[in-house]
Unconditional design. Structure first.
Length: 281
């Protein structure tokens, strides 16, 4: 007992995890919400369609994730997967950037188009993916969107386009800007045929995409807090020499000023689309 009293206590030091221990934690296991800072299992976040259960923040979704969330299982048939962008202007390093994005996303371009069903109602669906060149609208993207619209004209099915974009693709210059007129003209032909176009704007939908086809829907919907606009906030403030409202260019701001029909939470989107499709059936 005396030995225990006089024996010096060993100091306890906090241990630093070894590199091996760090490697045992799978990458991407946890996700921190950028809005409320809640840390959650990525798997649980995905199950909730990438919407934070704490604050409702809508995290970015890939094109195939959105297709899986909306289209009935086993009904989706991809269209025009062979349409791939090139480097028509010989922009330095552009081909390497495209190839890197193809490897990173597993997609050929920033848009996926196809035919499927939403609760039994047939639709043509095009989804843009911001992980591929920020879903900028180059020649291939414009071509895929135009072909999807023409498919809707031929079949008589409604077309739904889920937009997400940083605008025109600068590496393709004027050819990129021409896609604004190309897609808008195709939608005019759809309108004359009596077809239905539902536009869904997600974060962000900006530049030439917001100024063309994304704003031409028979129904214009957007996800909560989505950034939707043409020019950047700083550029507009410098041009008009006025300070803009804090919520400027958000989906809620556009709804209040009559540029949207409804702001729709992601978890309610399929139900709303089913209702709209049933009305027009």
């Amino acid at each position: 007992m005396l030995k225990d009293i006089f024996q010096k206590k060993k100091k306890r030091y906090a241990t630093i995890p070894s590199d091996r221990a760090k490697q045992e934690v799978p990458e991407g296991l946890m996700t921190k919400c950028p809005s409320c800072r809640t840390i959650m299992y990525t798997k649980d976040l995905k199950k909730n369609l990438s919407v934070c259960r704490t604050c409702g923040h809508h995290h970015r979704m890939g094109a195939w994730e959105r297709i899986e969330a909306l289209i009935d299982e086993g009904t989706f048939q991809e269209l025009d997967s062979e349409v791939i962008g090139g480097n028509p202007l010989g922009f330095p390093g552009y081909e390497e950037k495209l190839e890197n994005d193809r490897i990173k996303t597993g997609m050929n371009e920033a848009c996926v188009s196809g035919q499927g069903q939403i609760n039994g109602y047939p639709v043509i669906l095009s989804v843009m993916d911001a992980d591929f060149r920020m879903a900028s609208m180059g020649s291939a993207v414009g071509e895929k969107l135009t072909r999807a619209i023409e498919k809707a004209i031929d079949t008589g099915f409604p077309i739904i386009i889920i937009a997400a974009s940083g605008g025109a693709r600068m590496q393709e210059g004027m050819l990129s800007l021409m896609q604004m007129a190309k897609t808008s003209a195709a939608l005019e032909r759809l309108d004359r045929s009596g077809g239905l176009f539902i536009s869904i704007m997600t974060h962000p939908t900006t530049g030439g995409v917001s100024a063309s086809f994304a704003s031409l829907g028979d129904y214009n919907f957007a996800e909560p807090k989505a950034l939707v606009g043409f020019a950047g906030r700083r550029i507009i403030e410098q041009t008009i020499r006025e300070e803009l409202p804090e919520d400027f260019q958000t989906a809620e701001f556009l709804l209040e000023h009559g540029q949207l029909d409804r702001v729709v939470p992601r978890l309610e989107m399929k139900e709303l689309l089913t209702t709209v499709l049933a009305i027009h059936q």
